[in-house]
Design a protein around this ligand. Structure first.
Ligand code: MRU
Length: 354
């Protein structure tokens, strides 16, 4: 567990306060969300992101709706459905909204019940990621002792740390745990174009935790694997289908292909609420978010004088495509690290988790 921060909390006014991830790594700012509309906007504009955390904001967003509409169930339900649709790929969002809708339906004191449930979901995520961290770290130790190595190089994509899922992250949880247990670990951090969640968020988390890491352009991983410089790839997931196909940030699939070609173990770490048991075939059926092309065309960063600037890096009239996620077929995944243990990415094993 990172033990220092949470990505979101209820503040003294009872509003939801979140770390505004759009400003990292340059500024640590928070944003206060007072209404369901605020929660919806914060998910859409990427103030908050990462499958787990958008699920939490959805849950607290329903609580904010209950407060705003003084327990009016029809209006709360409308707000919950609006939040449910704010992004399409990460299933934690729908899972959390549905769990809250169930509470709204049954409760007498809707506001209190929604608050209790949103807090429970967040607390459960904390425990889930702790377990993922412990199991993932045991796997790291096994690989190290089999290969007789005393430094472990692990490659990760996007940000699957505590900014993405309370409180230790999914893919980063084993890394935090390994660091805590004194294992000599080094992390290759894919920059993760176009929004650079690796370069800006994962590196920020790891630096803060004192974990050795190196940021690499997205297309470097294959070369490193050929050179024997990667002992394991680990990523999080936004939705894993019943057949084990896993949606995660765009570019994950290519890392899995390179890992297969180089016999590097490729793990996905996820809590069970990231499984979509109703989705039979992930490659075929998981909806992939398409985002604004300006995320590809424009870059944000500090200039030489330390001023935050947005610049265009493409010809003005070239089109850009911005698929937010891709799906890694189950056959390329070594194992799914969950709070219920290591799961083989196939229908039989996943079916037992229902
Ligand atoms: O578009 P984002 O930044 O929300 O995408 C996040 C990811 O793809 C993470 O890797 C994923 O949510 C797993 S971590 C809970």
């Amino acid at each position: 567990m990172n033990g220092k921060y949470r990505a979101l909390w209820l503040n003294n006014d009872g509003d939801l306060e979140v770390i505004d991830q759009r400003h990292l790594p340059f500024e640590k700012k928070t944003r206060v969300l007072k209404t369901a509309g605020d929660a919806c906007e914060a998910i859409k504009d990427m103030t908050v992101r990462g499958a787990g955390v958008i699920g939490n904001v959805a849950a607290f967003g329903v609580y904010l709706a209950a407060r705003e509409f003084a327990g009016d169930k029809v209006k709360i339900k409308q707000a919950a459905l609006m939040i449910r649709e704010s992004r399409p790929t990460a299933v934690n969002l729908m899972w959390a909204a549905d769990r809250m809708l169930n509470v709204v339906k049954r409760a007498d004191d809707v506001m209190t019940a929604c608050k209790t449930e949103a807090i429970a979901i967040a607390d459960e995520d904390v425990l889930r990621t702790q377990k993922i961290g412990q199991l993932g770290c045991d796997i790291i130790k096994n690989i190290m002792s089999k290969q007789k190595i005393n430094q472990f190089n692990i490659l990760t994509h996007c940000n699957a740390g505590w900014l993405a899922i309370l409180d230790s992250g999914s893919a980063l949880a084993p890394i935090y745990e390994a660091h805590k247990r004194g294992i000599n670990i080094h992390v290759w951090v894919d920059e993760t174009r176009p929004r650079n969640q690796g370069a800006s968020l994962t590196s920020w988390e790891l630096l803060d935790a004192g974990i050795d890491h190196t940021i690499i352009p997205d297309n470097t991983g294959g070369h490193l694997m050929q050179q024997g410089l990667v002992d394991m790839v680990i990523t999080g997931a936004d939705r894993v289908a019943a057949n084990g196909d896993a949606a995660n940030k765009i570019g994950t699939y290519l890392k899995a292909l390179a890992a297969k070609d180089n016999d590097v173990p490729f793990y996905i770490a996820l809590p069970i609420n990231t499984f979509d048991f109703a989705c039979e075939n992930g490659v075929r059926d998981i909806e992939i978010e398409q985002r604004n092309e300006d995320e590809v065309r424009l870059m944000r960063g500090l200039d030489k004088s330390g001023k935050l600037q947005t610049i265009r890096i493409t010809p003005e009239h070239s089109k850009a495509a911005n698929y937010g996620f891709d799906v890694t077929p189950a056959r390329l995944i070594t194992g799914l690290i969950t709070e219920a243990g290591l799961v083989t990415p196939n229908q039989d094993a996943i079916g037992k988790l229902k």
